[in-house]
Structure formats: structure tokens, C-alpha cells
Unconditional design. Sequence first.
Lengths: 309, 414
Amino acid sequence: MFFSRQRPGFERALRILLAAATCVSILITVSIIASVLFEALRFFKLVPLTDFLFGLKWSPQTALTADQGGSSGAFGAIPVFLGTFMITAIAMLVAIPAGLMSAIYISEYSGPRARGIIKPGLEILAGIPSVVYGYFAATAFAPFLQHLGAGIGLTVASESAFAAGAIMGIMIIPFVTSLSDDVMNAVPNSLRAGSLALGATRSETVKKVVIPAALPGIMGAALLAVSRGIGETMIVVMAAGLAANLTLNPFSSVTAVTAQIVTLLTGDQEFNSSKTLAAFALGFTLFLMTLALNVAALAIVKKYREQYE
Amino acid sequence: MNKHPLIIDKNTAAGALLKKREAKELRFRIYGILAITLAFGFLGLLLSSVAAKGYTAFLETRIKLPITISAEATSADDYFRPVQESLKKHFPEIKERAEILSMYALVSHDAEIQLKKMAEADPSIIGKPMEIWFKASSEADMYYKGRTSARLNDNQIKWLMALKKQGRVQKFFSTGFFTHGDSRMAERSGILSSLTGSIFTIICCMLAAFPLGLMTAVYLEEFARKNWFSEILEVNINNLAAVPSIMFGLLGLAVYINFFGLPRSSALVGGLTLALLILPIIVITTRNSLRAVPQSIRDAAVALGASKMQATLHHTIPLAMPGIMTGTILGVSRAMGETAPLLMIGMVAFIADVPRNIFSPATALPVQIFLWSNSPEAGFAERASAAIMVLLIFLVMINSLAIFLRKKFEVKWA
């Protein structure tokens, strides 16, 4: 094999094959958009877009029969989106401070030995499947929270936004940590040395020099974390509930976009019913939201990386 | 212990300020430690909670009863009758019908299947008295394992304890958990069908994702010219890596099942769906390891007369292989734990039989965990925890393999 001749024809064919394989990834994106958009458009023929975007009532189960149709106003997605945003907000309140502080500790304080223990530990946390987090949230954390709430006279639903959000936040910690660790490592050491030489303490250096310098990257990491939270499925399906309540109380049961998609599409139903099409409409909005966040985040991170290279 | 070369009197204004700044420094450091402790504490809590709930699923309670399979039972095809007769004989004082029924509920209906199999394998045992260990029902099993949530009434507890005194109740290692598929009976359900489904799914997934990912990465890294098109490809792949996994499920449903008409719930569709999900992971890690191969290797090959393609196939790819394998294995471990996309394509049905091939209806281990943890029965919750343990052990093995390969074959370029 090592003494083989060049075979231009074969090589050209192989090269075209490689290029074709590369185009598959584009094809995947296009077909995600096309298939989901196509079904979503069919849904919006049944239910007006304004009803979907601004309706305050979500109860797709009642609109099952044909004569009820979608125009009964049961496909108002506001409660569903509100639930997603609330759960994600709770998750971010846990994940961003904890993830950022861990990253600061790893990159600015810990020695190589501590780093060698902490990083793999966080990787283990990142490698646990989300269904396991969901199981923990639903069977251990939510009952514990309910018990705790009863103790101080607070009504906590057995499935609550807080239970799902807090556990999701912990799941996202390693994600935030590794992204922000990367961006903080990219900050040139000369900046740190300059600050320390002027007599600043380590924490002052971190707060006044490293973080401002790494801020775009950290923002990018935060946006990616939000996108991750919005798209997370198993934890919300198992721990947040399915009742589309229009509420801001984190201890009541809320639902989320992903949880609704799962409920609408599992079970045996007609593919063309407004119920399944509604799942695609939700999926399409979910895709648009996460795509916007990802594009923005990746652009920020990329621009920032070039700045110090 | 003085960190500052200038000795500052703590009583002056500057000293007080320094003290305050040092306190701040300490606090900041403690926040960092707290954040890491939160993550690690949670990890410990999660693992210990799963282990504490799940380890009992590897044991099962069995009850030994004297049995005679009567000819009437075989002719009526009612193999639970011998168990009922035996229990009735054992507790002759119980007369009331409801009580008798609750006594029967101590023994699992698995006994029926067990006896039928025995009688069919060896008809000569019909009519002979025997002593046989039967599986206890899920509720009796839960009680015997010390679960407070077990729903046994006082009489049932009394009878179970009476049997225990005679040495007729004992815990055994549960092989059934590994050799049975899912079942409506918690005590009879196991992970074999879902584990097989997972393995089929992963095989399909890798057969699709690995060649595609490798080719994409090689093209982008070695052949593509830097222009707007390669830029788009690059952005697109990075974005695909961040698309929520549930979207791939929607795609699988709309394209594979509705458009191409592939069999719903099958491992094939599951594998192809997960392949889309891990494709970006494989592409990104493969590109990184290709990039790590020094340019001098390629130059040397080309200088000796190899074509660009030969240099890539004979030198760059083999040298990057350890990194590529590691990335692929990490992709496998990601696919192994993924649940949401599989729910979309119908791999969530009740599957009792072990799937025969990639076209038959299947479910996967994480989906099985989801299904069991949704069940209100304590027996299933225990099984969900045990299945999580099995899944995590698999993931640890896969990741250890990745680390091992990386350590063993990694090429360090000076």
C-alpha cells in the first residue's frame, strides 16, 4: 500500500465522496428546517398564528375531536413558553454563578493537582444522561422540596418549576464551567501579571481584569447555557409537569415547550391531527429560539477568540 | 506567612483597607470552593440516592411452597391453581374469600409461567409432590426488602412472617433482572429487551455516523479551500452541535418515518436519528485530532511523491486515529444516554420481547428508565434505579475505554 501509484481517477472520486459527505451536514440542517416548517405551516392553517403566539390558554387534549378544531383557542402557547422561560431562568440562577465561580477557581486559583481532580469530576457530572437527572428531580428532589415546603407552610406542587429548574441548573454547571474556563484561559497572562504587579489581590485581578477581558466569551457561554436549558427535555418532562398553568409562582406546576412536544407526540394518534401538528409548531419556535441564541453566542465567542490570537 | 513585602501597620487607615481587601479575597475564594462543592456534593447525592434505591433490584424475594401439579390444573391450563392449593393447605384457618385472595397475592403470577414451563419440559412431574421456590409478588418483595411504601395489609404481613419463620422466605440474586424483558409485573420485568434495543440502536448509529463524520472532518480539514462555502459548513456544524436533541427526534419522525416509511419504533430509525445527533461531535473531535498532526508529516509524504489523498489516507488519518477513536467513543456514550429523540420516534412503547433485529419494535435503556420511573408502583421505581446503575456502569466502561485508548496510543508531537 505504501508503494502504490497515484490513481488520479480514484482520488477524484474519493474527493467528491468526501465533499458529498460534508454536504450531508447541510442537508440535515435544511431538512430539520424544512420538515418542521412544513408541518408547522400546516398547523398554522388550522390555528391562526396570532392565536398561537398570543393565546393564553393551552389545552390541546380538549381539541382532539374534529368538530372542535383548533380555533377554540386551546392552542395559545403563552403559558407553555412562560413555563420554559421560568424553568430556564431558575436553572440559570443556579448554573451561571456556580459555573462561573468554579471556572474562576479552576483557572485562577487551583494548582495543577486540584485541577486534575476537579475537571474530570465535572466531566463525570456532564456525562450523566439527562434522564438520570430527571429521575432524581422527580423522585428525590421534588418530594424533598414538597416536604420542606410543608414544614414552613408553603404549598409546593409535587411537580414544580423550581424542582426542574434547580436540577437543570446543576446539570448545566459543568457546561458553563468548561466554556468559561476556556475563555478565561485565553486571557493573556500579561494582563494578570500587570494587575498583580500593581498590588491588586487575586480576586481584584479576576473581577477587574480577567472577567472584563473575558466578558464577551462569558456572555457567549451564558447564551449557550440558556439555549441548552430551553431545549432540555427529560428533566422537564419528568419533573415540571404537563399542566399549562399561567403562573409566575416557581413552586407551582408548569409545563414547558419540550415537555409538550413529548406529550403530544407519544402515544398513538393520527399524524395529521392538529395535536401532532401543534408539536411541530412548538418545535419550530423552539428551533428558531435556540438557533438565534447559538448563532449569536458562537459569533461572540469567535470574534472574542480572534481578539487575543 | 506575610504575603506582602511591605509591612503595613494594621491600625493605620491603609492597614485597615488592606485587611478588608484580604477578607474580600478570602470570601471570593470561598465562593469558588462552594461552587465546586455544590457540583461535587450533588454528584455524590445523586449517585448514592440511585444506589440506595436501586441495589435491592438485584435481589428478589422468593417463597418456598410444597407443590403438587394436579392433572386438573394442567387440563384447565391453570398453573396458578397448585400455588393456591398449597397456600390454602398451609393456612387452613383462613376461610373468608377476600382474605384468601389477599393471601394468594403474596406469590407472583410468575409462578404460573414457571410451573407451566416445568410441566411442559417434564410431564412426569405432574402429580408428584415437590418443594419449589416461587417469586414473591412485587408488594411482598418490597415489604421483605424493608420498603415502607409497600402496600401489604396486616394479615399479609402476618402470613409472610409466618412463612419466614419456617425458613420458606429468602432473598436470592435476581437473574431475572438481566434475562427478562419488560413486563406488567414489576417482579418479572428486566432490562434485557431494552439493553438489546440500546445495543442495536448504537450499532446502527455508529455505522451511519462514523464514516460520515470521518469523511466530513477529513474534507473540511484537509481538502476544503477557505471560502464562504467552507465557512458556512463550519458554522452549520457548530450550530448542529447546539441544536436541542429533541429537534433530531422531530426530524426523525418527519423524515425517516413519515417520508421514507421506515418502521416506527425500530432500532434502525433510533440509530439513524441518534447518528444525526452525534455527527457534529464526531466531526469536531476528528478535526481537532487531524489538526494536531504536524504539517511536516504531510509535507514529507508529498515530497516523496505521494498525492494529497495518499498523504491523508496513509499518514494523516492513521496518525490521528487515537484521537478519532476517542471522539467516536465519546459520541457513543452520548448516544447511549440520549432519551428525548427516541421518545419522538416511538421507541417508548411497552416492549416485552427482546428485539430480534434492527427492524423490530425496540426500546432503549434510558427510555426504559423513563417508563419505569413514571410508574407509581414501588417495584418499578426500584427497577428504574437499578437500570440507572446499569446504564451508568456502561457509560463508565465506555469512557474508561476512551481514556485508556487516549493514554495508550496518544502521539505527542514535540
